[in-house]
Structures are given as C-alpha cells and as structure tokens.
Design a protein around this ligand. Structure first.
Ligand code: ZN
Length: 457
C-alpha cells in the first residue's frame, strides 16, 4: 500500500485528456513559528534571499548523459546496484555496502538517501529498502527512471558493522555521525567517514539522513535542519511534516559537514532504535516522496502539512528521583503546564510515588522508553508552544498526540494477520467466474477486448 501523499499525480507534466488541475493547493500552511526568535528569523530570511538560479548542468540542453559514481557510468534512465567498500583494504573485512543508483532520463539534482549511519536505527533501512523495491510509487509501481529527473543514490545501511552487531557505533566504539569529514590515516571510523564523504556524499546536491532516537527513548517524527541554509530549508519544508527543529547539527555530524560543503541536508528522526516502527517508516517514505516531488525529481505534487512548528529551542524534562519510570504521555503528546507526564516508583518503598510534571505547555517530541531512572535522567524532550495552540489541537488524536502528516494514510505494509477476511456466501450460478462475456460488435476479434476498451474499465 502506498502512503497517502495527497494530490500527487503520477503524470505531472501532461495535462492532455486530464481534468484541469488546481493551480494552488487549498490553503497556505499556517506557520507556528513563534519558537524562532526574531534575530534568528532575520538570519534565515537573509539566507533565503540569496536565491541562485537552477544550475546549468540541470538544464535539458547541457545536462550530462551519464552519472559518474564510484568510477562507474550510469546511463540515462538506468538503475544500478553498486557495492561500495567502507574500508580500502587488500585483505580482511572491507564491509561492502549496497548502493542503488537511479539515474533519471532528464537532468536534475543528485539526491542521496542514507539509513543506519547509526547501526541499530532501523527506520532508515526499512524505508529505503521499501523505496528500492517494487512498490516505490504505490502497489506494483517500482521507481521508473524514465519518468525521473536527476539522480538518486540510495544507501539503506551505511554503518554495516554496527547494523550487524545491532549497535549504534562502529567496531571501535566511535560514532560515525560525529566523525565527518574524516581522515584517511586516522582511526577506523574516521577512515570510513572519509571514504563515505569523498566517494558517496560528494557530488550530492541534497541529502536526507534517516535516524531514530538512541537506545532508551523514542522520537515522534520530526525534521532537523539548519533553516538558514537555503537548500536545507527548502527540503526541510518540502518533507511535508509538522515539526522542524532549527539547528546546525553537532560537530562532525554528516548534516553539519554537508551544509558547510554547500549540500542541502536534513535529518529525519522517528521512532526508537532496534525496532521497526511502521508509523515512523511510513512518515519517512511520505516525506522522501514529498521532497523528490518538490525538487521535480519525480512528477506530481508534494503534500504539505496544515501547519509547521519551527522550533529553535526545547526543554529537557528530567527526573529528580530514582526508580522505575511509567510514562503517561507518549512521544507526540501535547501537554499542559503542570501536567503529570510520568511517575516514578521504587520497589523498596511500595506506596511512595513521585510525579514528574511538565514545566510548560508544549509538544513532547521524545520520551524515555527505559524504565530505570536516576535523579537527573532525562525522561522527555519538550518543545514549548505558546502560539498556534488551537491549530495544533485540531490535529491531536483522542489520546492527545499529534497526528503527523503521512502517518494517517495507509500503512506501507500490513501483516497478513491484520488483513480482515470478509466471507461472501453463495454459489456460482448462471455461469462460471471465468466465463466470457462475449465480444462487442465491431470490436476487433481480441480475447482481451474487454480490458482494452476504456468503456469497460
Ligand atoms: Zn541516529
């Protein structure tokens, strides 16, 4: 099943024979931008003013015929699976990872999609494997490079050694997403980062890096981007979900390093590590399709959220006591000032319990999932919301959680147990189900005339 991506039509360039399409979407998304201070807003606006035109190499006339990648040439309208070694060695483990390159029939931007930079974060591998599969654009609609502009580099699992060990880290215990751009003669993680940076990331125009929360917590779907970076701002909004955290990213992170090199880059966060959270996967797929449509890599129209929360600050809620945690308001909850978000109990002191209250009204974008807490353990990550509250409340489910755009459509997959069988009783009377209905007068003699005639559809 394809996630609901709104009015996106498959054939955006052709209007022949189709109903006239609306010129604009129904309403502009409301901005709940009060979280961004005035000074930062000016900075962002200034960055967006420096508009550049479309690069010449994307024009139909001057675009290259081939996409060069890892010393290979991928022809127009072609898909190739390429193996890339994370380490350059003659003997021993080189950690080859699969990369799918889809080179469109028309010139356009190079968009790189990455999963599992942290090896135990499975939302990226699941979403990207799905996108590489037969249902990219819906049931039985694999991606069609002939209908595509630009190039996709899809890397479902970047940190292969971490993924195999179900660990966030590389084998030397270092964090790959704090090691960019890396060095060729340094430690293992730094070498891998250096090779990735120079061979896989370089030459990209845009980057979408898919993550989940680290062990012990879970994130509601959200985008992190430096909104003062023009190309990042564009794809952060184009992703089409409500919550965007405006920051430059940690030192050594791929996102920050990419921005410094002029590559528009966003991080998607959804769900927790070591789990296959279908809703977060669904939102990731929805967002990627929105970005690709917005960049005109894919035909069709991107969906947009009803509103956006552009946040440049947040509050960590911490426990002041130790014990066992019970979170009452899951990630995505809109909580009131003073609302009890969790309780802590201690098995050695039955009957005693301690309430953790929200310090302000806002959206809880992350919560702890691990029950063991000490004094000082963070149990929630809160975006204070002061304006746009009424708008936000309209998108809350009955439990008070924000329904992120893209999460309320059809799930990207369904277990067989989830499919309800509906019995229709009766018998095959008056002819078998395979019996022919006879040919239309005047139709060419063709057994499939019924299917070929549009009046039968
Ligand atoms: Zn991560």
């Amino acid at each position: 099943m394809v996630p609901d991506v709104g009015s996106g039509s498959k054939d955006g360039d052709s209007t022949e024979g189709a109903a006239p399409r609306p010129k604009r979407r129904r309403s502009q998304p409301l901005k709940v931008a009060n979280q961004i201070p005035q000074s930062r807003r000016k900075e962002i606006e200034k960055a967006l003013e420096d508009a550049q035109g479309t690069p010449k190499r994307w024009s139909r006339k001057d675009g290259p015929k081939y996409h060069r990648f890892l010393r290979k040439r991928i022809g127009q309208g072609k898909v190739r699976q390429i193996e890339f070694d994370l380490l350059d060695v003659d003997i021993g483990e080189s950690w080859p990872i699969p990369i799918t390159v889809v080179h469109g029939a028309r010139p356009g931007p190079v968009v790189t999609l990455l999963g599992a930079l942290h090896g135990n974060e499975l939302v990226g591998p699941l979403a990207l494997t799905y996108l590489c599969g037969p249902n990219f654009l819906g049931e039985d609609k694999a991606i069609d490079p002939a209908a595509m502009a630009g190039t996709l580099r899809i890397v479902p699992v970047v940190n292969l050694p971490g993924y195999r060990r179900q660990s966030r880290y590389m084998t030397d215990g270092r964090d790959l997403n704090r090691s960019f751009p890396g060095k060729p003669e340094s430690n293992t993680t730094s070498r891998v980062a250096h090779r990735l940076w120079n061979e896989v990331i370089s030459g990209s125009d845009h980057l979408i890096d898919l993550h989940t929360a680290a062990v012990g917590r879970t994130n509601m779907p959200q985008i992190r981007a430096n909104l003062a970076d023009r190309a990042s701002n564009r794809i952060a909004r184009a992703f089409g979900i409500e919550t965007i955290l405006d920051n430059v990213g940690p030192k050594g992170s791929l996102r920050k390093t990419a921005n410094e090199a002029g590559i528009g880059s966003i991080t998607y966060e959804g769900g927790g590590s070591n789990e296959a959270d279908p809703e977060s996967v669904q939102v990731a797929i929805y967002g990627i399709l929105n970005v690709l449509r917005s960049l005109k890599v894919l035909p069709g129209y991107p969906s947009r959220p009803r509103f956006r929360i552009l946040a440049s600050g947040s509050v960590w809620i911490r426990s002041d006591q130790g014990g066992l945690l019970d979170v009452l308001t899951p990630a995505g909850s809109f909580v009131e000032d003073g609302e009890t978000v969790a309780t802590v109990t201690d098995p050695e002191r039955p009957g005693d319990s301690y309430d953790i209250l929200s310090p302000t009204r806002g959206l809880l974008i992350s919560t702890a999932t691990h029950p063991f807490v000490n004094a000082g353990t963070p149990i929630g990550h809160l975006l204070p919301v002061t304006r746009g509250v009424r708008t936000l409340r309209k998108r809350l489910d009955p439990e008070g959680c924000l329904v992120t755009s893209g999460s309320d459509g059809e799930p990207p997959w369904r277990e067989d147990d989830d499919v309800e069988d509906i019995s229709v009783a009766g018998e095959w009377s008056g002819g078998s189900p395979d019996a022919e209905w006879g040919r239309n007068e005047g139709d060419p003699a063709d057994d499939e005339a019924g299917e070929a005639d549009p009046n039968w559809a």
